[in-house]
Design a protein around this ligand. Structure first.
Ligand SMILES: [Zn+2]
Length: 172
């Protein structure tokens, strides 16, 4: 069942992210993301893997950034996640499912995420069915041009094309 877009956030879809491999431009995966934990608790689990060219990376091996220098002059480092943008939050690779429309960029972390957005666009009622509007929910974050009923047919058509893309391009 596809969840109601007012009950889920973009962040709920980060456990398996489809990205464009930066080496071969084919579809690859960023695995191990966890929306419910602090990054320091699961950073060893996060990895990038491309089955097409064999390129693989461990998130734990990527550099940390200096956040601030403490009172003893010691640099405090951390990993900064890129959230709510068309890149995986860990390595910053382009998400596979993204497309430049006439109105702006439409993107999703994976097919389940895209299904929530597609379902939202297709649903003329857009009822929350009495469900609580989760903070930062997909339904509340989507831009107005995605919500505009006059764009519905155009956007649904473009999503069908996006699902079939074999080579990464951020526009059709
Ligand atoms: Zn590759």
């Amino acid at each position: 069942m596809i969840p109601n877009p007012y009950t889920v956030q973009n962040n709920d879809f980060i456990s398996t992210i489809s990205v464009a491999c930066p080496k071969c431009n084919l579809q690859a995966l960023v695995l191990g993301g966890d929306p419910h934990k602090a990054i320091s608790e699961y950073e060893d689990e996060v990895r990038f893997s491309c089955t097409s060219c064999g390129y693989a990376l461990k998130y734990a091996n990527t550099p940390k950034f200096t956040i601030y220098t403490n009172s003893r002059g010691k640099d405090v480092t951390s990993r900064v996640l890129i959230k709510n943008s068309p890149f995986d939050p860990y390595f910053g690779f382009n998400v596979w499912y993204q497309i430049e429309t006439t109105y702006g960029l439409l993107w999703a972390y994976n097919l389940d995420h895209l299904a929530v957005i597609e379902n939202y666009i297709a649903d003329s009622q857009r009822s929350r069915n009495g469900l609580e509007n989760k903070n930062n929910s997909i339904g509340s974050r989507l831009p107005q041009w995605v919500k505009d009923s006059k764009n519905r047919a155009y956007l649904l058509k473009i999503i069908q094309r996006l699902k079939k893309l074999y080579f990464f391009r951020n526009s059709i």
